[in-house]
Design a protein. Structure first.
Length: 197
C-alpha cells in the first residue's frame, strides 16, 4: 500500500514539475494544458507522499522511543575497588545502546577518564568508547554515549581502569554500572528515536 502511494505521489510530483507527458512507475500522465492543473497535480502528489509516510510509520512496530534501563548495579552502599566478577548483562533482542555509566570511587580519588566497551560472549567487541567525567574534580562518574546497535546476546562491560572500578556485595561482585538504550525492531527505529516519533 505505502509503495503504491509513494510511486504514484512521486510520479505526480515529477509530472507537475515538467508539465506532464510522463510515463513512469507504470503510470502515464498526459501533457498538462495549464499551470493550474500542474499546481493541483503537485498538491495531489504531496498528499499521496504524506499518506505513504503515514502508512509506513503506522506499520512500524512499536518501540520504546525513550531510553529504558537495560542494566543497573548502582546502589548507595560503601564500595571496594576492582570487581571480582565480570560485569555482565543479557539482551534477548537487538538494542540501540545510548548510555553507559561506570562508577570509580577509588577511595575518593576517582580515576582519569578512559574508555568503556562491550564484549559479546563470542568475543566480538563493540567499542571502545571514550568516556567523559562530568564531575571533573572527582572523576568518579564515567559516562559514554555509544549510540550503536548491538545484537541479542550476553555482554560483558569492559572498563579500561578495572582496579579503580567500584563494587560491593549488592552488585554481586560486579562493577557498579548502568546501561541504557531501547529495543530495535526495524532499520528505521533509530531514526524514529532521534526524530522523537
Amino acid at each position: 500500500m505505502s509503495t503504491t502511494l509513494l510511486t504514484t505521489g512521486l510520479a505526480c510530483m515529477i509530472a507537475a514539475i515538467i508539465g506532464g507527458g510522463l510515463k513512469a512507475f507504470g503510470i502515464e500522465i498526459p501533457i498538462l494544458q495549464s499551470g493550474r492543473r500542474q499546481g493541483l497535480l503537485a498538491i495531489f502528489g504531496l498528499v499521496l507522499l504524506i499518506a505513504a509516510y503515514s502508512v509506513q510509520v503506522s506499520s512500524q512496530p512499536q518501540i520504546a522511543s525513550r531510553e529504558i534501563l537495560i542494566f543497573d548495579t548502582k546502589n548507595d552502599r560503601g564500595v571496594l575497588n576492582n570487581p571480582p566478577q565480570s560485569t555482565e548483562f543479557d539482551i534477548s533482542e537487538p538494542h540501540y545502546i545510548t548510555y553507559i555509566w561506570n562508577y570509580h570511587w577509588n577511595n575518593g580519588q576517582g580515576a582519569t577518564p578512559g574508555n568503556i566497551s562491550l564484549r559479546r560472549s563470542d568475543g566480538k567487541v563493540f567499542g571502545p568508547w571514550e568516556v567523559s567525567a562530568n564531575d571533573l574534580t572527582s572523576k568518579q562518574n564515567w559516562e559514554c554515549k555509544p549510540n550503536v546497535t548491538i545484537p541479542a546476546g550476553r555482554y560483558t562491560i569492559i572498563d579500561s581502569y578495572p582496579t579503580a572500578w567500584s563494587w560491593n556485595d549488592d552488585t554481586k561482585g560486579m562493577g557498579m554500572s548502568k546501561v541504557k538504550g531501547f529495543p530495535v525492531k526495524g532499520t528505521l527505529d533509530v531514526l524514529w528515536h532521534w526524530l522523537g516519533v
